[in-house]
Ligand binder design. Structure first.
Ligand code: XMP
Length: 247
């Protein structure tokens, strides 16, 4: 990811979530968005928006190949959250389908939880990005709750999840762009060891400058780009704004 970001001069991860449409239109739209934004993004993130209607081993392959052609890494935002055996199978499918990284929920724990996901990722040289604080309005109901630590102390869930990201050597941590103060706190735990991916810029209200100032490394942007009349122009503008903040 780091290499792609440097080569492209961008820290924008495109959330390729085209609006609900018939399947052929959807592929066409997604291909067009990817084509027009390719020079302004450093990776592409997929979600169920495309996987459900198009299928991992059918329609989506066309888009994964397109991303590969543009030398853009692909992330599957599947938020793995089940028992270990199921988690491993989910991860294997997505990795075999061509994704270079996926998202997972640390809430399920390590043993018989995410351990098989990390082991699968390491075996296949892929990445795992952990949810640490989500971007939606009620994120605090879960990620902001006080947990009791192993030492019998109270700490917010997100700070425990951030420490898990370090301990498990995650390849990234997701922290909502809508909570810049959380980005700051979590960034001070992670340091430069685990990069922060921030979704929620634009459509959900997150501000580029605040995210970057507080320590986000990558911005995940969907609707602001995918619904724009000229997705390429918007992606370029966001890239420039975010880059100014990095410098
Ligand atoms: P928008 O249109 O809001 O799209 O720019 C954001 C994309 O990112 C996903 N998303 C998240 N994924 N943790 C995640 O792992 C989050 O907190 C989060 N918030 C948004 C969203 O589903 C969409 O694909």
């Amino acid at each position: 990811m780091e290499k792609s970001s440097e080569e492209k001069g961008s820290n924008i991860v495109l959330a390729l979530d085209p609006p609900l449409d018939d399947r052929m239109q959807m592929i066409k739209k997604a291909k067009k968005i990817l084509e027009s934004t390719r020079d302004h993004i450093c990776a592409v993130k997929f979600n169920r928006h495309l996987i459900l209607p198009l299928g991992l081993f059918s329609g989506v392959q066309e888009l994964i190949r397109q991303a590969e052609e543009y030398q853009l890494p692909t992330i599957m935002d599947c938020k793995i959250n089940d028992i270990g055996n199921t988690n491993r199978i989910i991860a294997e499918h997505y990795f075999k389908g061509g994704f270079e990284a996926l998202t997972a929920n640390p809430f399920v724990g390590w043993e018989d939880g995410l351990q098989p996901v990390f082991e699968t990722a390491r075996r296949m040289s892929r990445g795992v990005i952990l949810l640490v604080y989500m971007s939606h309005r009620s994120a605090g109901e879960g990620y902001g709750r006080a947990f009791v630590t192993a030492d019998n102390e109270r700490a917010p869930a997100y700070s425990i999840f951030a420490r898990k990201a370090l301990e498990w050597k995650a390849d990234g941590a997701v922290v909502g762009a809508t909570y810049p103060e959380r980005i700051g706190e979590i960034s001070s735990i992670l340091g430069r060891n685990v990069p922060i991916y921030s979704p929620g810029v634009g459509a959900q209200g997150g501000k580029i400058s605040l995210c970057m100032k507080n320590g986000a490394r990558y911005l995940i942007v969907g609707r602001t780009i995918t619904l724009a009349q000229r997705p390429g122009r918007v992606a370029e503008k966001i890239k420039t704004q975010a880059r100014v903040r990095v410098a």
